[in-house]
Design a protein around this ligand. Structure first.
Ligand code: GLN
Length: 551
């Protein structure tokens, strides 16, 4: 097994995840099987209990793992399927060690960070790196390990030490360290500043790790003089100092690294065979060019909780973009704060109210994404009503499906006050209810999670067409509430069809509204399996219908 470690310095949010994914993609294009591990030095066991508004989206895997959004980047870039163990957290490491201590694994010994925690980390990497991820059951050849946070944080110290030891365990010829840093431009002269990078490399080297490559984030391409200076101070040859300057689209990142000979240099260090026959890379280049050439635009109103952090809905955004690229348009997401649509905001914040409704009406399609808690729910219900009544393409994901069902129950079935028991425990008409098997005491990992089968109920529906004629589909879930089975027959009689159900036909998975050009909802989260060249079918359905409705 070969390992490519990607660490980061200076500040977070430099695009370490994209760098890691890009390097993985480049090695994969040589014909090697590539997997990835993300290390998150926080104490949570997983991302399941973390707010997406603080930490970015919670990504969900087939096995039900609730993980860091970087695993989504790996899955999309490398077209692989990861497991919960591919996300290593401090919480998981300590839990294992403490459990082992209680079992008596360390009998007689004092259990310590070094060597017990650091050994656990190395054993974990060793074990998880060989889990097959590409569906063929073959062991990967290369494992990308991304170390979250920045080197020098107290939290990441045990991991840095574990990696230092790991280079000897696996052999230096199987170990490449890529350090991602920032090269800012300050002042009127516009000089590229190397000091922050010098400092972070110094810190890394003090910890016993010497980077093989520096990936420098900057606005403009790194100048030769900058590279030379970094080479001098950082103990890295200037050919191994890579410029990761701003590019027109994300797909350009691997190409940018490729142009700087990265693949050949990493391959050489790891003893991998270089080849010029790389159809995957060609396809990738084509995609990057296609994205840059797009002229028309399609606008989707995303009606959710307001967030300045687009990472909160990362996979949803990706799924929309993948779909737009396929119809041949740029994706323009119009963020509509759901609370702004609510009647109360007309007096409380008239400007927001007017803008929210204007934006909703100006869009070609409406999307209500997943969510928890009752803030903005009434606004989302109004958005669903607007889309239903005005024949505007609508996609509801998870909460978005539930909202559409509540709206329909209230306004078509005439059951005033219908709601989900999540938002109103005493609602006279519970259209959405708590699932019987859910836990009311434990929040972590207790939802209906991961991949489940949906059976399509009829040939005569959009779902069959979108899923290429498949009648059994597998998508990822993350919810506690479901459509109340007692309401199904009334809803269906009135035209809201449950065209997808689980294998026991107990859980409602897909809704479609008869007579509407595209009014679709899924209890699952289709965004998690979207790929650049294979957009998620429900998202594609929305974007296709929205684009078509322009003319
Ligand atoms: N809050 C809803 C539930 O738990 C929807 C969840 C979601 O959208 N992921 O069922």
């Amino acid at each position: 097994m070969r390992y490519v470690i990607v660490s980061g310095g200076v500040l977070s949010g430099l695009g370490k995840g994209v760098t890691a994914s890009s390097i993985g993609m480049l090695l994969k294009s040589l014909g090697y099987r590539v997997t990835a591990i993300k290390i998150d030095p926080y104490l949570n066991s997983d991302a399941g209990t973390m707010s997406p508004f603080e930490h970015g989206e919670v990504f969900v895997l087939d096995d039900g793992g609730e993980v860091d959004l970087d695993l989504g980047n790996y899955e999309r870039f490398l077209d692989i399927t990861l497991t919960r163990d591919n996300n290593l957290t401090t919480g998981k490491v300590y839990a294992n060690v403490i459990e082992g201590e209680r079992r008596g694994d360390y009998l007689g010994k004092t259990v310590q960070v070094v060597p017990h925690i650091t050994n656990e980390i190395q054993d974990w990497m060793d074990r998880v790196a060989s889990i097959p991820v590409d569906g063929n059951g073959d062991e990967p050849d290369v494992c990308i390990v991304e170390l979250g946070g920045t080197v020098g944080d107290i939290e990441s110290a045990p991991f840095v030490e574990a990696l230092r030891q790991f280079q000897f365990r696996v052999g230096k010829e199987n170990f490449v360290l890529v350090h991602v840093s920032l090269v800012p431009v300050v002042g009127v002269v516009g000089e590229q500043k190397t000091k922050p990078t010098q400092h972070t490399v110094k810190e890394l080297r003090a910890a016993g790790l010497s980077p093989d490559f520096l990936v420098c984030r900057s606005e403009e391409p790194l100048e030769q003089a900058t590279k030379d200076k970094l080479a001098l101070f950082c103990h890295v040859p200037s050919s191994h100092i890579l410029s990761a300057h701003d590019v027109s689209n994300l797909y350009r990142v691997p190409l940018l690294l490729e142009e700087q000979n990265t693949t050949a240099m990493v391959a050489e260090k790891l003893g991998l065979k270089m080849t010029d026959n790389r159809p995957q890379l060609d396809a990738w280049r084509e995609m990057a060019n296609h994205v840059d050439s797009l002229e028309s635009e399609v606008t989707i109103a995303m009606v959710g909780k307001y967030t300045g952090l687009t990472d909160s809905y990362l996979s949803v955004i990706k799924a929309l973009q993948h779909s737009a690229f396929k119809v041949g348009a740029k994706m323009n997401i119009s963020w509509v704060d759901a609370t702004g649509l609510e009647p109360e905001s007309e007096s409380k914040d008239p400007e927001l109210y007017t803008k929210s409704w204007q934006d909703l009406k100006a869009a070609d399609g409406v999307l209500v994404p997943g969510g928890f808690g009752n803030r903005g729910i009434e606004g989302m219900i109004l958005a669903a009503q607007y889309a239903r009544e005005n024949h505007v393409p609508y996609l509801g994901v998870c909460l978005g499906l539930q909202v559409a069902v509540i709206e329909f129950t209230r306004n078509v079935l005439g059951k005033a006050g219908a709601n989900s028991t999540e938002f109103d425990e005493d609602t006279p008409h519970p259209a959405v209810i708590f699932m019987p098997e859910g836990s009311r005491t434990h929040m972590g990992g207790t939802m209906r999670l991961g991949s489940r089968q949906t059976n399509i109920q009829t040939e005569d529906c959009a779902a069959v067409r979108l899923y290429d004629g498949a009648t059994e589909i597998h998508e990822r879930h993350r919810h506690r509430y479901e459509v109340n089975p007692d309401m199904i027959s009334d809803l269906e009689t009135a035209g809201l069809k449950f065209v997808g159900k689980d294998t026991e036909a107990q859980r409602m998975e897909i809704i479609e509204l008869t007579g509407h050009k595209f009014f679709f909802g899924t209890q699952y989260h289709p965004e998690f399996k979207s790929r650049p060249n294979r957009p998620s079918p429900p998202f594609f359905g929305l974007v296709e219908a929205a684009f078509a409705s322009q003319s």
